[in-house]
Design a protein around this ligand. Structure first.
Ligand SMILES: [Zn+2]
Length: 295
């Protein structure tokens, strides 16, 4: 298992560069210990679990919480907006927009069996600007919503290191397909992290370690993907189209992909967010079950 050290902060590279269904994790070892987003390596996490007094999650998604259950004794801190998702799996399914959908039962099983979902009451809830001291290491919460409502990044001013969670700067682009996700908040959050004077940015997936001079072009490319997705949808709406027709174009994932409970669900969810935004901004209208560009 590959790890990278930044002072007392260890970046744990998940399998396959932290690609979903895994992620990259953080371990702070400074007299006291803390783990952020234990979705990387079960073997590595088992080795450090006795040192972890605190457990933090950047957000409630299954890939970032998959090994929370290895840390039953640690104090679990999560953002207040997502605390409900830890107390009940029903709230996870609701936040995802899966309640009542054809994939609800399947996803419930996947969350429990593959991602070890266990109901758990967090020991504490954090908000933007909250500060935690782990041993001698200072960590500040930067609320970066949009991907999910409580999504947070973690800033270590002593080391000048920032953990981005799922503002991951991947070539796929940002995810904002939860029922409770928001595109405009995602954009604002990417801009917000660029104001942090970090030397090193650590991504929850794939991009891994991003140096200061690379974060600006990567962030611009990441934001540009949002505009490209929306541009393709808008072009297609020169003729009135129904939601199913639009989803079948695979503007987000670019080609039909399996399994459907993951990719079709995602395609529909992200497309839906763009359609909502286009209607809100007056660029398209919704009439007789079809979306069409405004003349
Ligand atoms: Zn996520």
């Amino acid at each position: 298992m590959k790890t990278s050290k930044f002072g007392k902060i260890t970046f744990i590279h998940g399998p396959d560069r932290g690609r979903y269904p895994g992620c990259n994790s953080i371990f702070i070892d400074d007299g006291e210990g803390a783990v952020i987003d234990p979705g990387s390596s079960e073997r590595f996490l088992l080795k450090i679990r006795d040192k972890a007094r605190f457990l933090f999650n950047s957000h409630y998604h299954e890939d970032h919480t998959a090994f929370n259950h290895l840390f039953p004794e640690a104090l679990l801190y999560v953002h207040r907006e997502e605390s409900c998702c830890y107390r009940s799996i029903r709230n996870v399914l609701d936040y995802y927009g899966l309640l009542g959908s054809e994939f609800e039962g399947l996803w419930r099983d996947i969350l429990i069996e593959r991602f070890h979902y266990r109901e758990r009451t967090p020991d504490g809830e954090f908000l933007d600007g909250d500060v935690f001291i782990v041993g001698g290491t200072r960590m500040e919460v930067i609320h970066t919503p949009g991907h999910s409502p409580g999504h947070s990044s973690f800033w270590f001013p002593g080391e000048k290191v920032m953990f981005l969670g799922d503002l991951d700067m991947t070539p796929f682009g940002p995810w904002y397909g939860d029922r409770v996700s928001d595109i405009d908040q995602t954009i604002d959050s990417v801009r917000k992290i660029l104001e942090v004077p970090a030397e090193i940015f650590l991504s929850g997936h794939e991009s891994e370690i991003i140096e200061k001079e690379d974060i600006f072009p990567q962030a611009e490319a990441y934001l540009d993907i949002i505009e490209k997705r929306e541009g393709k949808i808008l072009d297609y709406l020169a003729e009135p189209r129904g939601l199913d027709e639009i989803v079948e174009q695979w503007f987000i994932y670019r080609k039909p992909r399996e399994p459907r409970h993951f990719f079709l669900f995602g395609e529909r969810a992200l497309t839906g967010k763009h359609l909502e935004r286009l209607v809100r901004n007056g660029k398209i209208r919704f009439e007789n079950g079809k979306y069409a560009r405004q003349a």
